[in-house]
Design a binder for this molecule. Structure first.
Ligand code: G3P
Length: 218
């Protein structure tokens, strides 16, 4: 089970990296905009900065929606750093672009997946990752975790090597549910990762241990 952090915030990426359990980073145009990163060169530099902080894969999303534009952008993004994975939306030209990029040895993350059929097409095109969006499905009264189960089962049945990267994770319980569903990766906000540490019995147990130590040792 790999943990990615879903942010373009360098401080949060550093904090997750310092924890020693980070396997990669995912970004998207909204997350880049949230950090105020704008302009082609600044955006590219920001991706390189992220790659220099973490050891693992860093998803960088194309903004073109046509085949030619996506492959051109994908090749430019992939050339920035060996850790870059090109993130492509699951639209018709996106599937074609994934097929082309994977034939060139460029790794891809097919994003905005909301159905098993979309994941199937992305896997057949050779995507390295598919990103089903759990939280956004939950927002529409549809069980996002159920989609993870269905895609994991489908990939297992047919032996697809494409990894299931659960995205749009909103809280700690989503992470646990992704583990139970067999997702290969969960990309999470830092707060959801840190939330895994929370347990009142840990807090009270530690307090007692320290108090007992003090009673004897002063
Ligand atoms: O990176 C894509 C995804 O994680 C977005 O999450 O919370 O905006 O639905 P959210």
């Amino acid at each position: 089970m790999k943990f990615f952090i879903d942010t373009a915030n360098l401080d949060q990426i550093r904090e997750a990296q310092d924890l020693g359990v980070l396997d990669g980073v995912t970004t998207n145009p909204s997350l880049m905009a949230k950090e105020g990163i704008k302009g082609e060169e600044n955006i590219k530099n920001h991706y390189v900065k992220i790659c220099e902080i973490v050891d693992g894969d860093v998803s960088a999303e194309v903004i073109s929606t046509d085949y030619e534009g996506m492959i051109k952008e994908g090749e430019i993004l992939a050339a920035l750093h060996p850790q870059i994975v090109v993130k492509v939306p699951v639209i018709k030209d996106g599937i074609k672009a994934i097929k082309y990029l994977s034939s060139k040895g460029i790794r891809t993350n097919c994003t905005l997946i909301f159905s098993p059929g979309q994941a199937l097409l992305a896997a057949k095109a050779g995507a390295t990752y598919v990103s089903p969006f759990i939280g956004r499905l939950d927002d529409t009264s549809t069980d996002g975790i159920d989609l993870i189960y269905r895609i994991v089962e489908m990939f297992g049945t047919y032996g697809f090597e494409t990894q299931v990267l659960a995205a749009s994770i909103r809280h700690t319980m989503h992470i646990i549910q992704c583990v139970e569903a067999g997702a290969d990766v969960a990309t999470c906000p830092l707060s959801a990762i840190l939330g895994l540490l929370n347990h009142p019995l840990t807090d009270s147990g530690l307090k007692t241990f320290l108090e007992d130590y003090k009673k004897v040792n002063g």
